[in-house]
Design a protein around this ligand. Structure first.
Ligand code: ZN
Length: 120
């Protein structure tokens, strides 16, 4: 038994070395609040990705070609958030391709973005 401090309320308690909380109430409260933070974060990112995909879909519907080029700032204006991707692939050539579900894109140096839909 060693002297420990509760992770939630800071109250000192004695217990096994793997014990982190003074009682069940603190343990449950701590775990519930963490679960909530995690799911809020997941929901937020999912919403951003879904919106990103909607933007790409609306753009690709307007165009008949497989690839399309768009100014990065136009995408930002439309609400596209570049911070989140579903996948990223780096190639030896230095090009890194970002994925948003079934769409992917890479940035050109001059502020343009080339986008395409993956073939299924
Ligand atoms: Zn406690």
């Amino acid at each position: 038994m060693e002297q420990k401090k509760c992770l939630l309320c800071d109250k000192p308690f004695r217990g096994r070395s793997d014990k982190k909380f003074c009682d069940d109430y603190c343990r449950n409260a701590y775990n519930n609040s963490r679960k909530m933070i995690n799911s809020n974060e997941v929901r937020k990112v999912n919403n951003v990705l879904a919106k990103n995909r909607k933007i790409l879909e609306s753009l690709s519907c307007e165009l008949s070609s497989k690839y399309f080029k768009i100014k990065k700032e136009s995408l930002v204006d439309m609400g596209y958030v570049f911070k989140y991707q579903t996948q990223q692939k780096k190639y030896k050539s230095g090009i890194s391709i970002q994925f948003c579900y079934d769409y992917y894109y890479f940035e050109l140096n001059n502020g343009w973005v080339v986008m395409a839909k993956t073939m299924d």
